[in-house]
Design a protein. Structure first.
Length: 201
């Protein structure tokens, strides 16, 4: 069995489409590995969000909630993600290739000493190994990558590439509050507000 952990990015209680694509791809990959799909949610108000990822096949939903997490706080998020890895022991960790996903995945990979493939357009299990494909040379070619050393293999997925299939069987939907030993230093760098830019007139 090979478990898959997906970090599902959300803001203001709304999932980015890329996050749902990552959950759907995580479900497909977990099934191919005969494992479970765990989805990590981080934020300040997560009530009711579990159902969306369960509908896409999540077997376990880990929630890491704190009033200070309305917006992205890098050190706090990576501590929660590391706690999720320690609980699930995944073979694969997937995130989105968004600004947040790229930052968080690099921080987590450094803490875990794990290999990270960025901006992937395909990921699969082949011959007992995880194989990822990512564009190189400005998209003129695709590089096929495997992961050496210990688990987990980590990848960020390019948005608008992976399908969200209709009719995916719902997962078990076990919701678990993830205990995270946050420290004050985890919140020394955090976003205080986000302002939308005004369109050109």
């Amino acid at each position: 069995m090979g478990n898959v952990l997906v970090f599902a990015e959300q803001r203001d209680r709304s999932f980015r489409n890329a996050a749902l694509e990552a959950v759907a791809e995580g479900r497909r990959l977990a099934s191919s590995l005969s494992g479970d799909l765990a989805v990590l949610l981080i934020g300040n108000d997560l009530a009711g969000l579990e159902g969306r990822v369960v509908a896409l096949g999540a077997d376990v939903v880990l929630t890491a909630q704190d009033a200070r997490l309305q917006f992205y706080a890098p050190e706090a998020y990576v501590r929660a993600a590391q706690a999720a890895v320690q609980r699930v022991h995944p073979d694969v960790v997937l995130m989105t290739a968004t600004s947040m996903g790229k930052d968080l995945s690099a921080r987590l990979a450094a803490r875990l000493g794990a290999g990270l493939a960025s901006d992937c357009v395909a990921i699969e299990s082949s011959g007992g190994s995880i194989v990822a494909k990512r564009p190189v040379y400005s998209g003129k070619a695709l590089a096929k990558m495997t992961f050496a050393g210990g688990q987990p293999a980590m990848a960020t997925l390019r948005p608008n590439v992976f399908r969200i299939p209709a009719g995916t069987p719902a997962g078990r939907g076990e919701v678990v509050t993830l205990p995270v030993a946050w420290e004050e230093c985890d919140f020394r760098c955090r976003t205080l507000s986000i302002q939308a830019s005004q369109g050109a007139t």
